[in-house]
Write a protein that binds this ligand. Sequence first.
Ligand SMILES: *[C@@H]1O[C@H](CO)[C@@H](O)[C@H](O)[C@H]1NC(C)=O
Ligand SMILES: *[C@@H]1O[C@H](CO)[C@@H](O)[C@H](O)[C@H]1NC(C)=O
Length: 500
Amino acid sequence: MELSKVLITLLLIVTTVIGSISGCVSAASEESESKEFVVTLDHSNFTDFVAKHKFVVVEFYAPWCGHCKKLAPEYEKAASILSTIDPSVVLAKVDANEEQNKVLSSEFEIRGFPTLKILRYGGSVVQEYKGPRDADGIVSYLKKQSGPASFEIKSPEDASSVVDADKILVVGVFPEFSGEKFENFTTLAERLRADYDFGHTLDAKLLPRGDSSASGPLVRLFKPFDELFADFQEFDVDALVKFVEETSTPTVTLFNKDPKHHPFVIKFFNSPNAKAMLFLNFASEQFDAFKSKYHEVAALYKGKDLSFLMGDIEASQGAFQYFGLKEEQVPLIIIQTNDGGKYLKPNVEPDQVASWVKDFKDGNVQPYKKSEPIPEANNEPVKVVVADTFQDLVFNSGKNVLLEFYAPWCGHCKKLAPILDEVALSFENDADVLIAKIDATANDIPQDTFEVKGYPTLYFRSATGNLLLYDGDRTKQDMIDFIQKNRATVAKQESRKEEL
Ligand SMILES: *[C@@H]1O[C@H](CO)[C@@H](O)[C@H](O)[C@H]1NC(C)=O
Ligand SMILES: *[C@@H]1O[C@H](CO)[C@@H](O)[C@H](O)[C@H]1NC(C)=O
């Protein structure tokens, strides 16, 4: 899941679709005077208050956050308007910066400010607020959220107002609005209302697609891709949820700068499946050929733990950086499995897609490793290690290796560089000691052996294979002492090629 989040962020960074919840960084002045309609809550009264209400919106804010200050008057205005409707919608706020309220921010997993949550039924259902940030927008979004989860479609006008060309809509068709099937549909709508729109109708003729003579009970899902609608006639709630989630996922998820695709891109990365990504130039002549071939393959593997995305290189710089891919490898397919394995087919042609994916499935494709090129000269005191030389220089060199994992942008790494140079110089004539560094952002590192959480991270591997994390002071003398204390005598062997 963590990995997925990184990828989603990278892919969408260009277009800032999830950017409405931007964090605040600068500390500034005090919070403004107390308000009337927005209810202030803290750790002492939060649970009691929420338990008494069917629908509460809570803003988690920090006093120094600029976006929170901008939201405050809009939020207050919305609270005053919403207090007059029936049943009333309560808007509340919690100062998440306050030490004693931190239990609440961790319970609700608050990572940025402001974050708004909708708490239903005394807090038993928690939902992300995904609406606008201006007073009128807040009011209309919350009216809809606090109203019935499903909208009754009574006329063709109703239908055309809810069937959106870019969105998923789930409609229940019933002979009457009662009975267990209808209730289960309502439960479904309640459960998934944050993510999908729901409608119900007595008359399938009002709907734009599908069999118009159907009298139900049936659930028809409208979607802006593939076969454009799908019907379902089971009413077990879990089966309905599964139906909605599966059929609302495109066979091939498209990714470019068009924000209408982005909800599906997020879904793609949140799926538990392995992920196949084809990156190419959408403006190229080959686009149509790829699209149809790729679609065929994706349809073949539907329901087989592999999801498919087609991305335009124009929007995919983040992913390229993340995977260490190069423009000259395009068109390419990269598959990422859930255990972090990566498989690459560079310069792929439309006709090769199916056989390569089959080879992958059959276990006949070698994993791909991100690596910088092997340096031609490596004669600075601190030796450069890349992913492709990791085995030879670190695991199999038979030396005592002090290895720095660094990032090019990291200030502490820059500070360490001259010190590390001096350490390396002091071992210059010692053939049994190697001081080395690897750019951990440009090379895959063996994650089962090294845990690199920040930069720089220093590991020492003795000639006999003892692995130690260096956590001493980053001074020349301390590092030299550490190496001398932990080094092992190098065995005089001709070849040491044991795999670790
Ligand atoms: C909760 O407690 C805080 C601090 O004592 C107080 O300012 C606030 O008005 C209380 N809220 C409610 C709804 O009682
Ligand atoms: C309604 O949903 C419940 C719970 O999922 C299920 O046990 C029941 O069989 C469903 N009713 C119908 C008519 O499908």
